[in-house]
Design a protein around this ligand. Structure first.
Ligand code: PHE
Length: 602
């Protein structure tokens, strides 16, 4: 080509001087060829520039510029005379050019939005004039219109820089995962790219930043035979003052790369409309061969001082992107067996189900507590709650433990470092829910009492079947004529409701200070159904204590043991839950490790 295309290096150059190489006539019009020009010739979908070419002897009003026989020809009406070898001044109609640039760069933004949603889309044609469109091979669903619009505007709002450069075809292939076919191999290619999107060959004029595009107002999808037309319109800008940008054409690595990457990533994350997209962004930016990993590679080549400075920025950018993405949802597992989220074909199916949002659920212990309360509510037990920080009197004294009785040690109690109450004794953390018995008697005063007190208990023990904090549920029934058969029936009712109709229970004589007689309750093993196995040895699993309320306890609670009698039982919630068929929890501590992988299973 004889004419040097200055517009490829600087799309913002409004004037230049040049030497006339040739002047021809084309009917009414003159055709002028220059040694260099800022006039953009029609092509690549972008309309040509207009303006004037003049010197003291003549003026060509340029109406059309074309690429003809390897030359850029300026066509228009000539006033006066212009001759070869003369020096001339060129001036383009800047408003027209700038508008064309906006539409053209907007086309690239649209393309990135399309590529983003449909990574395998294949562009075949583009026009960036009045009726601007991009043509893709294959069918793109019309339902994607608003997604493309949204994504394109997100790119614009992210104020992403647009770069241009001349490179060899090999270089382009290295830098871009997709290169259009039939590119010339014998000369440098002009490429353009937006921020960290891959570069594509482009011979048009480009803005320096997407923020110069006043916004996309419309995206329209229509179909033409096998292809899809993506038409777009940009907002009409009222801003006459064109923004001035200080970006230089960027080929080397510095902090702006990171800054731009961050802007882009955050904008994309904000624009993402579902979890699948977020996960794709996570891979794109934070993945093993993601964009940050690419940047990290380049960090190695910097000199130490620069490395230190950019390293800090790198970490900030990484944190910002990680924070914006939020915790990983392990989408991979969630969607396994559903559908692939990456739109591999040009035609996504909008009827596919969305990605299920991970639904939380209550902690298994909370679930068990609710179930237990419900079971007892059905037979008239009221759920009650009493203090977790208690007095010795309620936990031991009133429960018939004599002063200094060694039985207090059985409960391995945590005492609170607080002054003792002269009447109620030391302050402690409830070692069992039996403290609620006396509290309930004091509150209700006259029986009948039918309570279930479910509360946190604390003891100094931690192993596979104990946690320092655990829950008990305490049943207490006081009325006239209550006896062991009532206890027996209640236990059997609970065991069948909670563990299942195949399970049964038995009472084993035992000793507690606050019940007389006292029993340990066993339930038949869920594994061997009472026949005996590795887990239970003799066919029974120990559930917890029970008995008839000791007359001394009734008296301490202000109830006359000559008139009333009662029964009580107190069992561990966690222990019961673990004994439920199918839970298969072999270590109680797992319940409180807060490991979401464990908790998710219940
Ligand atoms: N409080 C006893 C314990 O923690 C259980 C129990 C409750 C025993 C009620 C009898 C009556 O082991």
């Amino acid at each position: 080509m004889q004419t040097k295309p200055l517009y490829l290096d600087n799309s913002y150059q409004k004037t230049c001087s040049a030497k006339i190489l040739d002047v021809q006539s084309d009917g009414k019009n003159k055709v002028i060829i220059l040694d260099q020009t800022i006039f953009y010739p029609e092509g690549g979908g972008q309309p040509s520039d207009q303006g004037v070419i003049k010197n003291s002897s003549g003026t060509l009003k340029v109406e059309q510029v074309l690429l003809k026989d390897q030359n850029i020809v300026h066509i228009g009406k000539l006033e006066g005379k212009l001759e070869p070898d003369q020096e001339v001044k060129c001036e383009i109609d800047w408003d027209r050019r700038y508008k064309n640039m906006q539409v053209h760069s907007a086309g690239h933004v649209i393309h990135e939005a399309v590529k983003y949603l449909l990574p395998d889309s294949f562009p075949v044609e583009a026009k960036h004039g009045k009726n601007a469109y991009l043509k893709y091979q294959g069918q793109i669903e019309k339902t994607l219109e608003h997604r493309i619009l949204e994504k394109a505007n997100a790119i614009i709002h992210a104020k992403l820089p647009i770069f241009t450069e001349f490179v060899s075809l090999e270089e382009l292939k290295k830098r871009s995962p997709w290169v259009p076919p039939h590119l010339p191999t014998n000369k440098p290619l002009r490429i353009m790219w937006i921020a960290n999107f891959p570069p594509i060959p482009d011979g048009g004029t480009q803005l320096k930043n997407t923020e110069e595009i006043p916004g996309i107002s419309e995206v329209n999808i229509s179909h033409e035979a096998e292809d899809t037309l993506v038409n777009y319109k940009i907002n009409s800008s009222t801003n006459k003052e064109k923004p001035v940008f200080s970006y230089s054409i960027q080929t080397k690595f510095d902090h702006t790369v990171l800054q731009n990457l961050k802007n882009e990533a955050l904008a994309m994350i904000m624009g993402a409309s579902d979890a699948g997209e977020l996960e794709r962004l996570r891979i794109q930016y934070l993945g093993k061969s993601g964009q940050l990993a690419e940047v990290a590679k380049q960090l190695k080549n910097l000199d130490p001082a620069q490395k230190a400075e950019i390293g800090v920025l790198f970490n900030d950018v990484k944190t910002a992107i990680t924070d914006a993405l939020g915790p990983s949802l392990k989408i991979k597992n969630l969607t396994a067996g559903r559908h692939d989220l990456t739109p591999k074909i040009l035609k996504p199916d909008p009827t596919l189900p969305g990605i299920p949002r991970p639904l939380g659920h209550l902690h298994p212990v909370t679930q068990a507590i609710t179930e237990i309360s419900d079971i007892f509510a059905k037979i008239g037990f009221t759920r009650v709650r009493y203090p977790e920080v208690e007095w010795d009197w309620y936990a031991f004294g009133a429960l018939n433990f004599p002063e200094g009785h060694p039985a207090r040690d059985d409960w391995e109690t945590f005492f609170v470092d607080a002054p003792a109450d002269p009447k109620l004794g030391k302050m402690l953390l409830t070692p069992h829910t039996s403290s609620g018995q006396i509290r309930e008697m004091e509150t209700t005063r006259t029986p009948p009492i039918r309570m279930v007190n479910i509360a946190k208990c604390y003891r100094r023990q931690s192993d596979v079947s104990h946690t320092v904090m655990f829950h008990q549920f305490e049943g207490l029934v006081i009325d006239k004529g209550i006896n062991i058969t009532n206890l027996r029936g209640t236990i059997e009712y609970f065991v069948k409701s909670f563990f299942g109709p195949d399970r049964t229970s038995r009472l084993r004589p035992y000793h507690f200070q606050f019940t007389e007689p006292s029993f340990e309750v066993d339930i038949s093993c869920g594994i061997c159904n009472g026949r005996g196995c590795k887990l239970c040895k003799e066919g029974w699993l120990e559930l917890g204590g029970s008995g008839l309320v000791h007359p001394a306890v009734l008296t301490a609670g202000g109830i006359d043991p000559a008139v009333y009698s009662g029964f009580a039982f107190g069992w561990g919630v966690e222990r019961c839950y673990m004994m439920k068929s199918g839970t298969k929890i072999d270590d109680m501590r797992l319940l409180y490790d807060n490991d979401i992988r464990f908790l998710n299973q219940f």
